[in-house]
Design a protein around this ligand. Structure first.
Ligand SMILES: Nc1nc2c(ncn2[C@@H]2O[C@H](COP(=O)(O)OP(=O)(O)O)[C@@H](O)[C@H]2O)c(=O)[nH]1
Ligand SMILES: [Mg+2]
Length: 211
């Protein structure tokens, strides 16, 4: 398939080890239908962590390039190791990316690796967005993680999606830009679009207002 260069995006996933970067990419590949079976870290069968050493250690050691087709675009996705020991892999990936997606673990908040990698991201003046991950974890605390990110990385951070029901049983998010709720089935796939519950309306409207 030939792709017009204006429809090519290069994104790099960044963040502390175990934030969930490799698992998130596996979900992205699955949702974009680049793969038909979603692997896991525990199953040692993700697309990204394919080397024996990574499967043994259950963590990424090298940067990897994958891609998906999404509507008219080709999105190149680079996975990176989280540990500063592999900073060369992280920096080289940042150099070729248009966007850095900082992945935060909602059960852990901002971590040392997040801060170190953020400094590099700022040095490269790489545009960024945050994904707060592991929302289904019983100790997930989206609000505290977001507050920590705003306190550490600046008030310009604006949440435009947030979980409706974090913790065990999590299956819905509020999208404050489109002003809808998306409810996901356990198998993934296209979410059901629902009205934002009345109890969430004020919070959703406030999300994107400048403070
Ligand atoms: N419950 C839950 N576990 C997750 C999620 N994302 C990743 N994990 C687990 O967190 C651990 C680290 O994930 P991994 O993708 O290797 O993180 P990475 O080091 O940032 O690439 C693994 O045990 C994953 O199974 C998530 O959204 N929910
Ligand atoms: Mg990884």
């Amino acid at each position: 398939m030939s792709v017009d260069p204006k429809h090519i995006r290069n994104v790099v996933l960044l963040g502390h080890s175990h934030a969930g970067k490799t698992s998130l990419i596996e979900a992205m590949l699955f949702e974009a239908k680049a793969i038909t079976r979603r692997g896991s870290i525990e199953g040692a069968n993700t697309v990204s962590d394919f080397t024996e050493l990574e499967q043994e250690r259950k963590g990424s050691l090298f940067s990897k390039l994958m891609h998906v087709s999404w509507k008219e675009s080709k999105i190149n996705i680079i996975d990176t190791p989280g540990s500063d020991d592999f900073v060369g892999e992280i920096l080289a990936s940042m150099k070729v990316a248009d966007l850095g997606i900082m992945v935060l673990n909602a059960a852990h908040g901002v971590e040392v690796g997040t801060e170190l990698i953020w400094e590099y991201k700022e040095k490269f003046q790489l545009p960024g967005m945050f994904v707060i991950n592991q929302i289904d974890h019983e100790k997930s605390d989206f609000e505290t993680t977001l507050d920590q990110a705003i306190a550490r990385f600046g008030p310009r951070l604006i949440p435009f999606q947030y979980p409706y029901n974090q913790g065990k049983g999590f299956n819905a998010i509020i999208d404050a830009l489109r002003m809808v709720m998306y409810e996901f089935s356990a198998e993934g796939g296209k979410p059901a679009k629902k009205e934002i519950p009345a109890s969430e309306m004020e919070k959703a409207q406030k999300c994107t207002m400048p403070s």
